[in-house]
Design a protein around this ligand. Structure first.
Ligand code: ATP
Ligand code: MG
Ligand code: MG
Ligand code: MG
Length: 560
């Protein structure tokens, strides 16, 4: 491809709306453009990367015996009503009506649809195990779309679903996906870790998230300093630790849950909003409430919890106030929680003097609480208490790092097959529910994560495996006919060899060309300058500052 033809409107300035490197670089390197909040259009270079990631995913899924299909994004409500998720999903689901008033949604995920496909076609144990997947567009009306394609409202997901006749079979299907995911993210050049995860919205047991290590990640991962334990903070047993530590702390008594007006109300609230339990804790000292921690898996829960607290006369600082006071990027979230069935609900909340609201950042849990007077410890302690400071596996110290969830594998068990009556007849003629797993990868988010981990101040540094092109040939002076011809020859030959090659044949200054080549992150640059007269070109890797002079004939070996 010739840069003189390529639709590549790169930007010199950092776009104001983009907070993180990958978002900025995806705009600057002309990979994509924003259409609406959380909705993006891909340009040629971006699309090539997306397709390469998809291809890696496809190869590794197929290698484990999974089969690709393609479902619609436009989904009838009936299936979701069968599983109960039409209501449960909440405002994250884009719902719409057709001209006859029938309800549809734009699929946020496809468990129900795959379960339906299988229950219609698969009857016997002989038809399984089966793993089918698609690479398809998903829609989620995220409350806070942000960071570009990292958390968007339309995105491409590879979602796979496994169907087995036994729990051992499910384990095997799950392990296959674990292997496939490991290879996929390795091939994408990512530094990642598979961590234990909460089972959350999807229900079921056994769940692992593939986390790319990054400070801008929205997930928090607990790592053990000594053994291999790693878990999403939601999964890590923080609550017990919390109680333990609390008892050491002076005059601080934990009161579990606010007095929601009735138990029915509370249970109803948990059932309808949540996939996950929303979690609230109130801390009392000397009969005064000193702290409230609220967290929910989805933002909607937090909102609801906050509303509940308000309706029982809680005065909560709003996110804006907390932000001002703390400088932290807050939701009403803290890392501690209690399970629904452990809730005590006879506590009356009357006296509130000081309030702490959980923030999403270590050490920012306070607004207007008087430490020392109300309880001991430093601001950071609160957070540390919440996550627990000992590894649950070996007792060593733990650390907490941020991560980007790029993939998630999940043992669903019979959650959907039972609800939707997807059964099979086993070898003894007995009818049983099919045992399922589900496995997702965010393709666009993976692309952004690759950029987060592979960039410098000049631009993107694509790993070869997902680079939009492998080589860029740069003739320095377009008026130098000899050099331009030589560059053209190199360009043609590399392309003939199957190496995806660009030539910067624009009538631009060398500086502009180099800047663009660095910005769009092409792994290999071949510069054709004056020395071409002696048969010499410059060879440079994007991820190294070394410029090598090599003979033209050597290019082809060097590139391979
Ligand atoms: P998150 O915790 O970030 O909201 P999730 O747990 O809701 O993600 P899953 O339902 O597990 O996401 O979906 C599988 C994968 O799809 C995720 O691991 C992630 O890579 C991707 N994904 C989910 N939501 C988004 C989004 N809004 N934008 C881009 N990718 C997403
Ligand atoms: Mg989500
Ligand atoms: Mg998640
Ligand atoms: Mg997930």
């Amino acid at each position: 491809m010739r840069l003189s033809n390529l639709f590549m409107p790169t930007l010199r300035e950092v776009p104001a709306e983009a907070e993180i490197a990958s978002h900025q670089l995806m705009l600057r390197a002309a990979l994509m453009r924003k259409l609406a909040s959380g909705v993006y259009n891909y340009l040629p270079l971006g699309l090539r990367v997306l397709r390469k990631i998809e291809e890696i995913v496809r190869e590794e899924m197929n290698r484990e015996g999974a089969q690709e299909i393609l479902c619609s994004a436009l989904l009838p409500s009936e299936l979701w009503k069968e599983s109960g998720r039409w209501e449960v999903f909440g405002p994250e689901m884009f719902k719409l009506l057709d001209r006859n008033g029938r309800e549809f949604c734009l699929g946020p995920t496809h468990e129900e649809i795959f379960t339906d496909i299988i229950r219609n076609e698969v009857k016997s144990y002989k038809d399984m195990p089966l793993n089918i997947y698609q690479i398809q567009t998903k829609y989620r009306d995220e409350r806070r779309p942000r960071f570009g394609v990292m958390r968007s409202r339309e995105f491409t997901m590879k979602d796979a679903y496994s169907f087995d006749t036994s729990w051992e079979g499910l384990d095997e299907s799950f392990n296959k996906m674990h292997r496939a995911y490991t290879r996929i993210f390795e091939r994408c050049g990512l530094d990642f870790k598979a961590v234990e995860a909460d089972t959350g919205a999807m229900g079921g047991t056994g769940s692992m998230e593939f986390m790319v290590k990054s400070d801008i990640g929205e997930a928090e991962v607990v790592f053990c300093s000594s053994c291999d334990y790693a878990a999403n903070i939601e999964k890590a047993p923080t609550f017990d630790k919390e109680i333990e530590r609390k008892e050491d702390a002076k005059a601080l008594e934990k009161v579990e849950t606010p007095n929601v007006r009735t138990i029915e109300e509370l249970v109803g609230f948990f059932n309808t909003t949540a996939e996950k339990f929303a979690k609230t804790l109130i801390y009392k000292a000397d009969d005064k409430v000193v702290a409230v921690m609220v967290r929910g898996d989805r933002d909607v829960n937090e909102t609801k919890v906050v509303n509940h607290l308000k309706c029982i006369n809680f005065e909560l600082a709003d996110a804006e106030t907390v932000k001002k006071a703390t400088g932290a990027d807050v939701g009403f979230a803290g890392p501690i929680g209690i399970k629904v069935d452990e809730l005590l609900i006879d506590f009356e909340v009357k006296n509130i003097e000081n309030m702490i609201i959980g923030a999403n950042k270590t050490g920012y849990h306070i607004i207007n609480a008087k430490y020392g007077r109300d309880f001991e410890g430093t601001l950071g302690d609160f957070r540390n208490i919440a996550v627990g400071d000992k590894c649950p596996k070996c007792g060593a110290e733990i650390t907490i790092n941020r991560g980007i969830e790029v993939g998630h594998i999940f043992k669903l068990g019979t959650k959907y097959s039972s609800a939707m009556n997807a059964t099979f007849v086993d070898d003894k003629g007995e009818e049983k529910p099919i045992i399922m797993g589900c496995y997702g990868i965010g393709i666009n988010r993976t692309m952004a994560a690759v950029i987060e981990q592979n960039h410098d101040e000049k631009g993107i540094m694509w790993p070869l495996s997902v680079a939009p092109y492998h080589v860029i040939v740069v003739p320095v002076v377009m008026k130098d006919e000899f050099a331009v011809n030589a560059a053209e020859e190199i360009y043609s030959k590399l392309n003939e060899m199957g190496i995806e090659t660009l030539i910067d044949d624009r009538d631009e200054r060398a500086g502009v060309k180099f800047n663009d080549a660095d910005l769009i992150g092409i792994p290999i640059r071949i510069t054709v300058g004056k020395k071409i007269k002696d048969g010499i070109v410059e060879f440079k890797l994007r991820n190294s500052s070394e410029v090598k002079e090599i003979k033209v004939e050597e290019i082809y070996d060097e590139v391979l």
